[in-house]
Ligand binder design. Structure first.
Ligand code: SF4
Ligand code: SF4
Length: 490
């Protein structure tokens, strides 16, 4: 299959040998599960269970709210211990609304949805509705509700489904193992999504450091001529949605646009498996495969884990730490987030838990920029990171935006090569957050102004109407008086 060149990118040591040969193991039931109500982009789910209630595995715990949202289901059978706040799965240290569940040890499934005989006979809307009801979100880490993307055919002319099996982040091997161990189910989920989207072809991209996954997927897709599997060069960030599409199709997604603008929808291999489970088995998304790795982990593994399992349980199952980790990360080392601690729960988007040693992290002091332009050479988005950082550091957010701040995908390639160890991505994330907050505030002010003007206009119209009515009444009264006077004269 022909591949197209993209610019930029880096070649970090992939460190995948720590877990690539480890088959997926299922983590035993934890003592307690903490299931956050917001594990997706969009509005948090609203709880439908109460403290003390007995629930079955797969039973609805919280329903979705609004267009962009996802429901949350019980990861196992047990008792609801409470609905309250629990530490969030990110470095903010904030707590988020969470349902705590005590497993009863039986892991009994609820009878959730009617299982269709053949999902290929279902209309697109029905497939998207079932994917939505199953709470499936983008499992590559984006956590965007999958059903919203499956419904895009109503607004865009779609031609191609691209499946992301690149897994370009170092250390992570959960998608690699899924493709090796459940290739037939992954391909089935992909075919169901392609049917729902009504696309002509499917392109699957797998980096060429996963030969076993490629062979397994080749074999599983052998009977489907509309599915092509590409061996991608190993280069970070090959798994970035827009770059993957460009590599596979040669087409560039417009700045700030969606891949749907050029007729392409992208899903991850783990999301495809979740779609298979939902459509073929009627099972909502209540577990996922997580890579637990890094040199500070005694026995790195790939684990199938229930959503809501505390990170502590995964670490203990892997034999704990060999030494105190220098950094704990959720996701990959390039784009992942620092974990605030080990009490936080696994969520639908948790692809990895990494415990990195001092040697695996950068600790050198930050030095002044030497204008070497290395960051410019590796930026896959064609940006000028040093200028963006200069403006962001000086608080000139508009200036940073002028250099393409909002097009930055926070891939970290620039920071990776920077000889001065400048934390470029931190500047960009901070500046983007500030800029977005400022734009929101400006939008709110403009909206308030617009509503105030509308109100004044309406009140002025009402006053005018009252004045006119009064004038009419006076005129009528005057006419009446004149009429009476004329009658009296007569
Ligand atoms: S890589 Fe670092 S030192 Fe070199 S130009 Fe960019 S910011 Fe400056
Ligand atoms: S983090 Fe942003 S600026 Fe840096 S290389 Fe990636 S896309 Fe370019």
């Amino acid at each position: 299959m022909k591949l197209f060149r993209i610019t930029g990118g880096v070649h970090p040591d992939d460190c995948k040998t720590l877990t690539a040969k480890h088959a997926i193991e299922t983590l035993p039931l934890p003592d307690l599960l903490h299931v956050p109500l917001q594990q997706h982009i969009g509005s948090p789910a609203a709880p439908v269970v109460r403290r003390g209630e007995q629930v079955l595995k797969g039973q609805l715990l919280a329903h979705s709210q609004g267009m962009i949202s996802a429901p949350v289901h019980a990861p196992t059978s047990g008792r609801v211990m409470g609905v309250g706040n629990y530490p969030a799965h990110h470095a903010s240290g904030l707590s988020v609304p969470t349902i705590t569940l005590q497993p009863d040890g039986e892991d009994r499934w609820a009878n959730n949805t009617a299982i269709p005989i053949d999902p290929f006979k279902l209309p697109s809307e029905e497939i998207a509705a079932r994917v939505s009801a199953a709470g499936i979100v983008g499992m590559g880490g984006a956590t965007f509700p999958a059903a919203v993307k499956l419904n895009l055919r109503t607004r865009y002319t779609l031609k191609t489904l691209v499946i992301n099996g690149a897994e370009c982040e170092p250390f992570l091997t959960c998608d690699d193992r899924l493709m090796q161990e459940q290739a037939a189910d992954v391909i089935d989920g992909i075919r169901i999504m392609a049917h729902a989207l009504g696309v002509e072809k499917v392109l699957i991209g797998i980096e060429n450091n996963k030969p076993d996954a490629q062979s397994a997927m080749d074999a599983a897709a052998a009977d489907y001529p509309d599915i092509s599997i590409a061996r991608l060069p190993t280069r970070y960030p090959m798994g970035s949605e827009k770059h993957l599409v460009q590599t596979l199709t040669g087409r560039e997604t417009p700045a700030r646009g969606l891949t749907a603008d050029i007729g392409v929808v992208v899903h991850n291999v783990a999301t495809a498996l979740a779609v298979h489970d939902a459509l073929r088995c009627g099972r909502p998304l209540v577990s996922r495969v997580v890579t637990v790795s890094g040199s500070a982990i005694r026995n790195p593994k790939n684990l199938r884990v229930l959503v809501g399992t505390p990170v502590d349980d995964l670490l203990n199952y892997c034999g704990g730490f060999t030494s105190t980790p220098a950094r704990l990360i959720s996701g990959g080392p390039m784009m992942g987030q620092r974990l605030p601690g080990t009490r936080v729960p696994i969520i639908k988007g948790s692809s990895g838990i990494l415990a990195l040693t001092h040697e695996e992290t950068v600790h050198d002091a930050v030095m002044p920029c030497i204008r070497c332009a290395s960051c410019v050479r590796v930026c896959p988005c064609g940006l000028v990171p040093l200028e963006m950082a200069n403006h962001a550091r000086a608080g000139d957010l508009e200036g940073a935006a002028g250099f393409g701040l909002m097009d930055c995908i926070a891939c970290g390639s620039c920071a990776y090569v920077c000889p001065s160890n400048i934390p470029l991505v931190q500047y960009f994330n901070y500046a983007k957050g500030e800029l977005t907050a400022r734009q929101r505030a400006e939008h709110k002010q403009a909206e308030t102004r617009r509503l105030t003007e509308l109100r004044s206009e309406r009140m002025e119209k009402q006053k005018q109407a009252k004045r006119e009515a009064l004038a009419k009444r006076r005129q009528a009264a005057k006419a009446q008086q004149q009429k009476k006077a004329a009658e009296a004269d007569a």
